[in-house]
Ligand binder design. Structure first.
Ligand SMILES: [Zn+2]
Length: 78
C-alpha cells in the first residue's frame, strides 16, 4: 500500500526517503547506489523501500463500489 513511516525491524525513519528513491530510479540511477546516497544502509530498511509496491490505485475502486452498495442498501430500507 503506502510506504510505512518507519522500518518494521529497526524503527528507522524511511517514509520520507521513498519519494526521493522512486524519482531517482525513474531518472535511470541504479537502485542500490540511490539507497546508499540517501543514507539507507541497513538491509532491513533497504528491503522496506525496495519491496514496497503502491497498490492504492488498484484498491480504491473496491472501496468506491462498497460505498455505492452501502448507499443502495440504505435507500432500500424503510
Ligand atoms: Zn531497518
Amino acid at each position: 500500500m503506502l510506504i510505512p513511516v518507519r522500518c518494521f525491524t529497526c524503527g528507522a525513519l524511511i517514509g520520507d526517503k521513498y519519494e526521493k528513491f522512486v524519482n531517482k530510479v525513474k531518472e535511470g540511477e541504479e537502485p542500490g547506489k540511490v539507497l546508499d546516497g540517501i543514507g539507507v544502509r541497513r538491509y532491513c530498511c533497504r528491503r522496506m523501500i525496495l519491496s514496497n509496491i503502491n497498490i492504492i490505485d488498484h484498491v480504491l475502486p473496491y472501496y468506491e463500489v462498497r460505498a455505492e452498495r452501502q448507499r443502495e442498501y440504505e435507500s432500500e430500507q424503510y
